[in-house]
Each structure stands twice: as structure tokens, then as C-alpha cells.
Design a protein around this ligand. Sequence first.
Ligand code: BEZ
Length: 211
Amino acid sequence: MSIRLGDIAPNFTATTSIGTIDFYEYLGDGWGVLFSHPADYTPVCTTELGRTALLKEEFAKRNVKVLALSVDSIERHEGWIKDINETQGASVDFPIIADHDKSIANAYGMIHPNASETFTVRSLFIIGPDKKVKLTITYPASTGRNFHEVLRVIDSLQLTAQYSVATPADWKEGEDVIVVPAVSTEDALQKFPKGLNIVKPYLRFTPQPNK
Ligand code: BEZ
């Protein structure tokens, strides 16, 4: 099964490195990032989980709970977490799911049989407070993900959920945003008192409204 944007993220109960959790209960009313990695005790995954732990405050600031997943056992997770903490200068305290029966991996389409029959690929899902999937990305085993990019997308999602704007290529928090086509220029002038930069009738920028 594959998960598409706008789908309801499947709920699950999971054995994790911090105990048994119900996914929806764990997320509460906030945002979630669920990501899979191929296997414990592998180098790229070690850096990814370390980086995620080091960004703990950035995720917390955005009201985002993070969960990692592989099909390894809880015992392997526990031993590996010690290595991650030691080598990455991190303190992994977010849950790492031990998806031994691959039920969650299958529900989220994290196993791509033509890449590997047995291991999850690097899938990542951003889930909104409405439990709908807002972003999916899939990376190959050999490429570690950019977690600053994940935070950047969350910033965009949280902004565009609140205002009638979209964010341009390479946008970063604080930069000008795009007025969505559904809003007329007349209405945009009311909604965005900081002003408009009208490059083309369909390409209109305004300063980030909540800054
Ligand atoms: C890694 O995390 O380093 C890795 C995992 C599977 C294949 C290649 C690299």
C-alpha cells in the first residue's frame, strides 16, 4: 500500500525504545514526523538519528513529535542508541519503533521490494494535527536525509495552514511568500497590509504575514 498526500495516516500500536505507544495518542493535537531507516548499526542511519536528536528543540518549538522506525528488534535499538549517543554527541529520546512483523512498514509502504525485499527504505511522512499526511519523501539507503529541509517544510506547512499563501522555491522562514491564485489582488491588499509585490498578475509576493 502506498500513502498519498491528504490520506489519513494509519494509526498503530507499536513497541518502541520508550515503551508501547499508540501513534495517535503520542501525537496528540500536534504535528508528527514518522520516518523509516533500513537497519540499526548502519552508518548513514546512525548520523540521521543523531541529527534528529540534536534538532530536538527545533522540532519541539514547532510542536512536532518525531518517531523513527526499522524492522530491527527492540534489543538492537537499545544497544544502537548507545552508539548513536556516543558517536553523534546526541541523546536519542524520541521513540524508535521495532517493527519486527513489518505491519507498520507495510501500512505505510516503507518497503520497496525492488530496492530491498526485507528492509525499509528511507521514507518520511509529515502528519498534521488533523492526522492527514502533508508530505512524503523517499530516499535511497545510500543517501542520508536533510533534516533542516524537513524543518523548512514544516515551517511552510504551518504558515500556509494559517494564511492564504504558498512558499516559493528555496524559501526560508522570514522571507517573502506568494499570495495564492485563489485570492484576488483586491482581497490580497486587504489581507496582507504589509503590501504586495506584483511581478505578474499570477506571481504576487508579500512579506511573511506572521513576522
Ligand atoms: C546506512 O545507513 O549506512 C546504510 C543502510 C543500508 C544500506 C546502505 C547504507
